[in-house]
Design a protein around this ligand. Structure first.
Ligand SMILES: *Cc1c(COP(=O)(O)O)cnc(C)c1O
Length: 376
């Protein structure tokens, strides 16, 4: 028998979350007077945040497009039957990629001059759709506000040459989840791109959940949002659970107890003995460790559910195992089911917080050795 750990991936939860986001956008569009809600690029980079590309293609069938970074993942989406638009968020990496854009009909982000130069030599059979990206202050990808209009003009020239088709405008906000918000960077985007037509894409999960009116502006352009994390049922905001937005966890990490120990006062648990029992107690050993993607930095007290009862992790997480407090679950024994995060357990965001990180990292870091199962 294999180790009793698995991650259940629910395509129904993915579909539900997309619908919840689309409902929120439709309400915002009605408020702003936009003729239609924005379209959705469902972001499925990093193997769909650990959920698997094929399931994401199934779960997000009602999205208008899929967005990712990796050309291999884009090809896998086509092979999985996705015929809609695909956006490459980092664009091309070398001239040879242009042939893949052409063959698989991929939309590309253009964020630096070298990409424009590569496209200048291209002779695609079909026009390639693209977005020219503004660096609105994050200083990761994009043309600076000073150079943006020049880059956009070069893209339009490529359209004149028959290389490019639609030329859109995009940006990515640095502070969508924090107190600063997006106002300043969005203003900069509007100023820099004023008068340039084409589709617009600026909002990730945090931006569209908090500033849905920006996502659904009624300015006559076609708007596209780029949600990632919220579609997987996790929250982009520290301290605000995803359930507030009617989102459901799409990944449930489950395992079982493989041993039980009885401790006396003064007994210690795990490497470095970081937890010491203050009296007699039972503890359970779970088949899940950091080699499965469970965070080693999860400290004593990290929530976990054993036999349907919420309890806590004790001591240091090891490579293949972790230890849990069985005091609240006197009936638990070897074989009792454990939910590390997801449906019927703590949220991935709660576990992440106890480990000093964010839900994104835990979902993406699920180890390949954990088998994925597909309940629906
Ligand atoms: C990852 C990414 C997104 C999605 O971000 P979430 O916070 O997961 O919604 C959107 N846009 C770009 C450019 C990204 O890289």
């Amino acid at each position: 028998m294999p180790r009793p750990i698995s991650a259940a991936i629910s395509a129904a939860a993915l579909a539900h979350n997309l619908q919840a986001v689309q409902a929120l956008l439709a309400a915002a569009a009605a408020q702003t007077g936009a003729p239609a809600p924005p379209n959705v690029w469902a972001v499925i980079k990093a193997n769909a945040y650990g959920h698997g590309v094929r399931t994401a293609v199934r779960g997000f069938s009602a999205a208008q497009g899929l967005a990712m970074l990796d050309l291999d993942e884009a090809v896998r989406c086509r092979e999985a039957g996705w015929v809609g638009p695909i956006l490459l968020l980092e664009g091309i990496f070398e001239p040879a990629d242009i042939e893949l854009l052409d063959r698989y009909h991929l939309t590309s982000c253009i964020h630096h001059d070298e990409q424009l130069a590569m496209l200048g030599h291209a002779r695609p059979r079909r026009r390639l759709d693209a977005y020219v990206k503004l660096n609105a202050g994050m200083n990761r990808l994009g043309f600076s506000p000073m150079h943006y209009r020049q880059a956009h003009a070069r893209a339009r020239a490529l359209r004149e040459q028959g290389v490019l088709g639609t030329v859109g405008k995009m940006a990515h906000f640095s502070f969508a989840d924090g107190p600063e918000g997006i106002a300043e960077q969005h203003e900069l985007f509007l100023r820099t791109t004023a008068g340039l037509s084409g589709p617009v894409s600026v909002c990730n999960s945090a931006a569209l959940l908090r500033f849905a009116q920006v996502a659904a502006r009624a300015d006559g352009q076609s708007h596209w949002v780029r949600p990632g994390i919220c579609l997987y049922g996790a929250s982009p905001f520290a301290g605000t659970p995803a359930s507030v937005y009617n989102l459901k966890p799409a990944m449930t990490l489950r395992s079982r107890l493989i041993a039980v120990q009885r401790l006396q006062a003064g007994d210690r648990v795990g490497y470095a003995g970081l937890f010491t029992a203050s009296g007699p107690m039972r503890v359970g050993v779970v088949a899940c460790g950091y080699a499965d993607g469970y965070p080693r930095h999860a400290c004593t007290g990290t929530p976990v559910t054993v036999g349907g009862v919420r309890t806590r992790v004790l001591g240091r997480v090891s490579m293949d195992m972790l230890v849990v407090d069985l005091e609240p679950v006197p009936t638990a024994g070897v074989g009792t089911q454990v939910v590390l995060w997801g449906e019927g357990g703590p949220t991935v965001d709660e576990v992440a917080e106890s480990a000093g990180t964010i839900g994104y990292e835990l979902l993406c870091a699920l180890a390949p050795r954990v088998p994925l199962v597909f309940p629906d």
